[in-house]
Design a protein around this ligand. Structure first.
Ligand code: MN
Length: 702
């Protein structure tokens, strides 16, 4: 039974007398506050905070953390206010206790969203003091150690949360020992059968291999002794959850994993690590490609060590980790080791654990600038979960998205309908492009319009599978209905030339042709025509009886309304606008491309009735059409502004403007202007011409 006296004895090995007394005082305060309360196991409640403090003492944490550990459930469970703790133990300890209480109140019921939310709160707590997390981890560890007494469902919930949230955080903070224990205890609670079966198998395997392990250990120790190196060789055991994850994730057999013999060699200084490496490589052949120097390049969480794999006797693989005692400390306790070194009065971080401390220092520095904690939360979040961004809905709900996600991904994550009808977005209340990658901590608001449709260009920047699938699906539906309607118009246009329409064709004739083309319904055939995969002309001939061999050559043109959507596009080479004489070119799979009648790109195809169709503009054609103008004018001050205001005065819209100066006096400006039709264009040109110094205006065509 651990007691406060025993703890005080241990603490006095690394804390001052006053500090130990403060921890004692916190203990007695907690004992009184929790008086009469019992744990589920029947023990007095204060045994729990005492155990939590003991865990932190193992990591040589400072006295304030230990005091907070003693008091961590006081606010939550006894109704004593934070202010009272503040008066008794000072602001820092009260803040720590308050932070831990807030973390404890978190509810982890729904999955991803809750994780993000929890994380948010954790980060908030960290922003004030990272020791809050350490106390919370120790609290969770003791609860995991005493999980047995809880009911099955509660046990599983806590275990799951530990595996999903606390173990990764411990890992990121470099706290290996705690992570391993979280994982094994969580595994046991979640999957008792699997855990005990693997446990038994491990025990059996270790029994069988004991002799060989001893032999290898001896030969390694001997090898060091021969070279006059002092080092501690020990066998390493894989933890159950690690074995399970390997078996499941990498689909390896149990024996394959167990047949690797793992050792660790602890030495005094960095230099020795490399000497040991040389010595063991001399003893057994190293496996190529397996050597890793985490001393020179530490892992992101500060972990440092040399790793190598050797072919031992009879070819058994031996994994070896070589590191200094400090690195070992860092590997086990991670960020907590910071306080150990701090209490040793080691001021300048150098050599071995400089990198690890760098990270800690960064975190600590950031929390000192906690006035604005948003920045801090962001960087810590990115550190802990580098592949995710967290953004807020306008109502404050947290959405978790993969890194690089845009407002469109966000919209689809909220709801498919929101995605499909989205037209713009506000990021942090400012209008932003839909393609802008979201940053953690932003608030994203989607502007949607009824009847809006997904834009094919979105596919170039969305990153989530959900957004991609839904955009594709919506486009497919849209394209199909648009192709069908264009196909129908194309077909009817040809049929009209024979004084017929699709409706006048007898049903049995239609069915016969459908069978001939191997399509089920007439819509499929029309879609094919609209997409340019089949010629309306040929289909029309098949639909009419064979005596219609003679085709009239002077069919009326098909009218374009400007609302055909995805199956109709305007050629970039000649940019036709309403009022221009136009032809349509059907290209397979793409639908119809509208060119100017005299466009050079189309000249060869123009008289091929299967490829080209005479088009006209419908009376009620709508939309904006771009044309490119080239304006030559005398160079003058503010000339861009003059041009812009002229175009504007004619209700035109400048889409693009670029200028090159021909010589000192003449400038050539290229304008892309959007207009409704030719009449509108003429108005724009008239306005431009009225400017002083304008020499020539030309409409550009390929
Ligand atoms: Mn607790």
């Amino acid at each position: 039974m651990p007691s406060i006296d025993a703890l005080a004895d241990r603490l006095s090995t690394y804390l001052g007398k006053d500090q130990v007394n403060l921890v004692r005082r916190a203990y007695f305060y907690a004992e009184q506050a929790h008086d009469g309360q019992r744990r589920r196991s029947g023990e007095a409640y204060v045994t729990h905070p005492l155990a939590v403090a003991n865990i932190l003492a193992d990591m040589h944490m400072d006295h304030q953390s230990l005091m907070a550990a003693m008091l961590h459930d006081v606010i939550e469970d006894t109704g004593i206010a934070k202010e009272a703790l503040c008066a008794q133990f000072g602001e820092t300890v009260a803040e720590l206790v308050d932070g831990v209480s807030k973390l404890t109140q978190m509810n982890f019921e729904t999955k991803a969203e809750a994780q993000a939310e929890n994380f948010q709160k954790m980060a908030m707590a960290m922003a004030r003091d990272i020791r809050v997390i350490l106390v919370k981890l120790a609290d969770r560890l003791h609860n995991m150690r005493t999980l047995e007494v809880l009911s099955g469902e509660k046990r599983r919930r806590i275990a799951k949360e530990t595996l999903e949230i606390y173990a990764p955080i411990a890992n990121r903070l470099g706290m290996h020992s705690i992570r391993i224990e979280f994982e094994d205890l969580g595994f046991k609670a979640m999957y008792p059968m699997r855990s005990s079966r693997i446990g038994q198998a491990v025990k059996r395997a270790r029994g069988n291999r004991k002799e060989l392990v001893n032999k290898i250990e001896e030969s390694l120790s001997h090898c060091l002794a021969v070279d006059g190196i002092e080092g501690e060789v020990s066998g390493r055991q894989k933890h159950l959850y690690g074995i399970y994850k390997k078996m499941r994730g990498k689909r390896r057999a149990f024996n394959e994993i167990m047949d690797v013999y793992a050792f660790r060699i602890i030495v005094d200084k960095v230099d020795t690590c490399y000497r040991v490496l040389g010595a063991v490589h001399n003893l057994y052949k190293p496996l190529p490609g397996r050597f890793k120097d985490y001393i020179a390049i530490p892992k992101a969480n500060g972990y440092q060590s040399l790793h190598t794999t050797l072919f031992g006797m009879h070819g058994v693989p031996i994994e070896i980790q070589i590191r200094t005692r400090e690195m070992e400390e860092m590997a086990n306790n991670g960020i907590a080791a910071h306080w150990l070194y701090k209490s040793n009065g080691d001021e300048q971080p150098k050599g071995t654990h400089a990198r690890a401390r760098q990270w800690v220092k960064g975190v600590l520095e950031m929390q000192q600038r906690a006035g604005n904690s948003l920045e801090f939360i962001e960087s810590v979040k990115i550190d802990l979960f580098p592949d995710e961004v967290y953004v807020f809905t306008p109502k404050g709900r947290i959405m978790e998205l993969p890194k690089g996600s845009t407002a469109v991904d966000f919209a689809y994550a909220v709801h498919t309908d929101v995605g499909n009808s989205c037209i713009a977005c506000r990021i942090n209340r400012r209008l932003a492009p839909l393609s802008e990658p979201l940053q953690s901590g932003s608030t994203v608001e989607i502007v949607s319009a009824p009847g809006a449709r997904p834009n094919p260009a979105w596919l170039n920047f969305v990153v989530t599978g959900k957004a991609r699938t839904h955009i594709r699906h919506a486009l497919k539906l849209q394209r199909r209905s648009e192709s069908i309607s264009l196909g129908e118009r194309l077909l009817n246009k040809v049929l009209n030339g024979f004084d017929s329409t699709l409706e006048k064709i007898p049903e049995d004739r239609v069915q016969l042709i459908l069978a001939e083309y191997r399509v089920e319904v007439i819509e499929d055939l029309l879609e094919d025509i609209g997409l340019g995969n089949r010629m309306a002309y040929v289909v029309a001939r098949r639909l009419l009886t064979s005596d219609a061999e003679q085709l009239p050559s002077s069919e009326g043109p098909l009218a374009i309304r400007g609302t055909e959507g995805l199956v109709l596009s305007y050629a970039k080479c000649c940019t036709p606008i309403p009022g221009d004489p136009i032809v349509g070119h059907l290209s397979a799979g793409k639908g119809m491309v509208v060119h100017l009648d005299n466009c050079r790109n189309i000249s060869e195809l123009r008289h091929n009735p299967e490829k080209c169709i005479q088009l006209s503009w419908a009376k009620d054609v709508t939309g904006e059409f771009n044309v490119e103008l080239r304006v030559e004018l005398e160079h003058q001050r503010g000339l861009i502004a003059l041009l812009a205001s002229s175009v504007n005065a004619a209700d035109g819209n400048i889409e693009k403007i670029s200028m090159d100066e021909r010589d000192g006096r003449i400038s050539v400006v290229q304008l892309v202007v959007s207009v409704h039709d030719r009449v509108h264009l003429a108005r724009v040109i008239r306005k431009l011409r009225a400017l002083t110094g304008v020499i020539r205006i030309t409409r550009m065509r390929a």
